[in-house]
Ligand binder design. Structure first.
Ligand code: NAP
Length: 484
């Protein structure tokens, strides 16, 4: 039995915890049982303008600190996150649905991003170039670009906040955060922990509520110099168009269609373990999650048998119950999309080997649960190979020609992540170089770590998060020509 008292969280603007001017709120629902987890203010233009003003006022003093001073706040934030890991993870599970074990991993990763950028702050450096005249000296310096707006999605409510915010703060920017309306409580908790570090007033601000109004206010305000967005390709495209008016800097982490290719010489057991680990993490709701699995025809029977056996054992349930491996899909629209894609595949000839339906038995009927699913006999004319599934469904396509399969998986508007298994070193390099994706993992699926540049190409986005590359997104380059 899980007991939960619904909580009301406020926005953090200019160092004050405040409600919306209208007093309206957004209710946060637990996707596992439909119960209310809490609520947050439903803010719009006015509160966004206040948050931007606060960040703008705080910018000169914050950017004037030494890098080590800024870094110290981030390291303290990481400590606070670690100290509160259990309660943060529990809240994350209640509003997002993922198993507690995954929520704990996410909270740990969120702390790691903050700690890493706390260290990296000190390593922002410039360059001295040779002059073109004897008395000329050329310096290149990097400066924080000002107020940055950070817009985050619901699928990783903790890491998406710290991955953006720690990089921005380390660089010397001040920030306004707008988290997803399904998962704003984790963001509010993270801001409370940031406040505990003694962060100066207005350096970080939180607004919640009406996405299009808040987004428009951020786009219209010339004091906002940068928008860092993670979410759907559709909203990302709207931001590109709208940001053109002020030529605002943008970085975008958008949707994906990640292939996993299992070549004829692959270690099948490792490939199956990786396929299950990645595909079913967070109930398949991961932008860099495997969308479709391509298996060489010689390995197909062995691979499918092991995959189905493992997927059939996955424990679906409430995230807070020990042993749960798969939680709910985030909401009804997520379930509808998954269902449509599976039905389209079956109508065009795919076979359901396990799962293939919404789970409505017993207490699961109160939530949005979908059975972990394996589809065989999948082909490229099915929508499921072309669109992001964002659910616990593993479609398997058989192939025979190595060059052909690389061409086929590249033939998508997306380009975030790709995975493949092979023991051949030559193939490892040629295929990795030939895949048109921002990130490629060989013989494994681990990608999101603090030191590496996470991000995509084509319609999966622009810019990078993580590592020194993530910090560049919040810095301007200035060239100084000095004549003696
Ligand atoms: P979404 O609808 O685009 O929402 C993402 C964020 O944008 C939310 O905070 C949302 O606020 C806000 N938003 C919505 N409309 C807006 C507007 N007009 N102006 C400004 N902000 C606006 O996407 P989602 O459904 O939450 O997230 C799932 C998608 O994110 C998937 O496609 C996934 O692949 C992608 N994703 C990508 C990465 C990556 O790193 N590449 C990581 C995670 C997720 P509200 O919630 O209030 O509407």
């Amino acid at each position: 039995m899980q007991t939960w008292t619904a909580t009301h969280q406020r926005m953090w603007i200019g160092g004050q915890w405040v409600d919306s001017v209208t007093g309206e709120t957004v209710t946060v629902i637990n996707p596992a049982n439909g119960e209310v987890v809490g609520d947050v203010p439903k803010a719009g233009r006015k509160e966004t303008a206040q948050a931007v003003d606060a960040a703008h006022q705080a910018f000169p003093a914050w950017s004037g600190l030494t890098a080590a001073e800024r870094g110290a706040y981030l390291k303290k934030w990481a400590e606070e996150i670690r100290r509160n890991r259990e309660s943060l993870a529990r809240l994350l599970t209640m509003e997002q649905g993922k198993p507690l074990s995954e929520a704990l991993e996410e909270v740990d990763a969120a702390a790691d991003f903050s700690e890493w950028y706390g260290e990296e702050a000190k390593r922002v450096a410039g360059e001295a170039l040779p002059g073109s005249k004897r008395d000329q000296r050329i310096l290149v310096i990097r400066q924080p670009l000002g107020v940055a707006a950070l817009i985050t999605p619901w699928n990783y409510p903790a890491t998406m906040v710290t991955r953006k915010m720690a990089a921005a703060l380390a660089a010397g920017c001040t920030v306004v955060l707008k988290p997803a309306s399904q998962t704003p409580l984790t963001a509010a908790f993270l801001m409370q922990l940031l406040e505990k570090t003694g962060l100066p007033t207005g350096v970080a601000n939180l607004v919640t509520g009406n996405a299009s109004e808040i987004g428009q206010a951020l786009l219209d305000d010339p004091k906002v110099r940068k928008i860092s967005f993670t979410g759907s390709t559709e909203v990302g495209k709207q931001l590109i168009e709208a940001s053109a008016r002020q030529v605002k800097r943008l970085s975008l982490e958008l949707g994906g269609n990640a292939p996993l290719i299992v070549f004829s010489d692959a270690d099948v057991d490792r490939a199956v373990a990786a396929a299950v680990g990645n595909k079913f993490e967070n109930c398949g709701q991961m932008c860099n999650g495997i969308n479709v699995i391509y298996v060489h025809e010689h390995l197909l029977d062995d691979f499918l048998q092991k995959l189905v056996e493992r997927v059939g054992q996955l424990r679906v349930g409430f995230g807070w119950e020990p042993g749960t491996e798969i939680g709910p899909v985030i909401d009804e629209s997520g379930i509808r999309k998954i269902d449509e894609l599976v039905r389209d595949a079956v109508e065009k000839g795919a076979e359901i080997l396990t799962g293939g339906r919404r789970l409505l038995e017993g207490p699961l009927a109160r939530g949005t649960f979908y059975a972990p699913t394996v589809l065989a006999g999948v082909s490229f004319d099915m929508r499921i190979t072309q669109e992001e599934i964002f659910g616990p469904v593993a479609p398997v396509v058989s192939f025979s020609d190595e060059e052909e399969i690389v061409k086929r998986v590249n033939d998508t508007p997306y380009g975030l992540a790709a995975y493949f298994f092979t023991k051949d070193i030559r193939r490892a390099f040629t295929v990795a170089e030939g895949l048109e994706f921002g990130m490629v993992a060989v013989n494994g699926t681990s990608l999101s770590v603090p030191q590496a540049p996470f991000g995509g190409i084509k319609e999966s986005g622009q810019g990078r998060e993580g590592g020194r590359y993530g910090m560049e997104e919040f810095l301007n380059i200035k060239y100084l020509s000095i004549n003696l």
